[in-house]
Design a binder for this molecule. Structure first.
Ligand SMILES: Nc1ncnc2c1ncn2[C@@H]1O[C@H](COP(=O)(O)OP(=O)(O)OP(=O)(O)O)[C@@H](O)[C@H]1O
Ligand SMILES: [Mg+2]
Length: 302
């Protein structure tokens, strides 16, 4: 194998360059320039107050901006390809297969009248072309991969039978079913209690290490970001007010607003996470495609 020469950066799986998002109905710019690059196995966090544009930024990268919202400036590249002007068919390929997402309130992305395991199997069947038997087997593997203790049992259960933490694991399993390179977790742990939240974050960190999955983690909670992110963007009113390596932003905040956020979070035990050593870039096994993503879930948020 030819070694990668030192100093040559690994190519980005997701790159945003000065992305601007406009509300065409009200004729105003909502997001005023967001830039970051995500290479395999890396984690970028986006924090900031409610309404600062975190979700819109993610939705732009997933090609699911709400109606009347457009990317009005800058560029977004997924695995080196500019997404401007992608056809709907190409988006169907990309979503789930290359870039995927989990949001808050997992129950609303799952069908209450179909066993959850079958919904995950369906993703593998449609996206990866597996037959029914192979798709079932794959769904059981995925349920185990997201650390559900009894995959066989959970496979046949319905959403009302599962806790919030279990549902979020099921949704993550569906989101990675087609082997995406990027997973966006937008407030994915917000509704969960602190212990379960920590378990889900640990699971995401584990997936990134084992598969080279790159993550965008959106949270209003700095402690979450401190725990898993390599780099952080702090947003306020559609602007990135501060951006840099997590330890730098959280230990030596330069912007007044970041300091304010940190002060607010001290009562929630941010220190506990700041004491943890920063994670190094994980080994990437290169294949990534034994894991995989939920087109259905994404369709429902459109
Ligand atoms: N579907 C929508 N229709 C109309 N306006 C919207 C819509 N989604 C977002 N906006 C506008 O865009 C702004 C940014 O919204 P966004 O959802 O990106 O914020 P956020 O940072 O994710 O907030 P939160 O922390 O509450 O999730 C909002 O303040 C709102 O004005
Ligand atoms: Mg949001």
């Amino acid at each position: 194998m030819t070694p990668v020469p030192e100093g040559v950066p690994e190519s980005a799986v997701l790159a945003l360059r000065d992305v601007r998002i406009r509300d065409e109905v009200n004729d105003r710019e909502i997001v005023h320039g967001v830039s970051f690059e995500l290479t395999p196995g890396r984690v970028v966090g986006i924090v900031g107050e409610s309404g600062s544009g975190k979700t819109l930024t993610c939705r732009a990268a997933l090609g699911i901006l709400p109606e009347h919202f457009v990317v009005s400036g800058g560029s977004i590249e997924i695995t080196g390809h500019d997404i401007a002007g992608l056809t709907p068919a190409r988006w169907v390929d990309l979503r789930g297969g290359t870039i995927s997402a989990v949001f808050q309130d997992p129950a609303s992305y799952l069908n209450p009248s179909i066993p959850v395991g079958r919904q995950i199997a369906e993703v593998s069947r449609v996206k990866k072309g597996l037959n029914r038997r192979a798709a079932r087997h794959r769904a059981l593997e995925l349920l185990a991969a997201v650390r559900l203790r009894d995959p066989e049992l959970v496979y046949g259960q319905f959403t009302f039978e599962l806790s919030g933490g279990m549902l979020q694991r099921v949704l993550i399993a569906a989101a990675i079913a087609a082997g995406p390179k990027v997973l966006i977790a937008d407030e994915a742990t917000t509704a969960l209690d602190v212990t379960v939240q920590a378990e889900i974050l640990d699971l995401l960190a584990d997936l990134r290490e084992r598969t080279g999955l790159a993550l965008v983690v959106v949270s209003h909670d700095l402690a979450v970001v401190a725990q898993v992110c390599d780099e952080v963007l702090v947003m306020r009113s559609g602007e990135v007010v501060e951006q840099g390596p997590t330890a730098q932003v959280l230990y030596q905040p330069r912007h007044e607003y970041t300091r304010l956020l940190i002060d607010e979070h001290e009562q929630y035990g941010l220190d506990r996470f700041l004491d943890a050593p920063a994670a190094d870039a994980p080994e990437v096994d290169g294949s990534g495609d034994h894991l995989g993503a939920g087109e259905k879930e994404l369709d429902r948020v459109r």
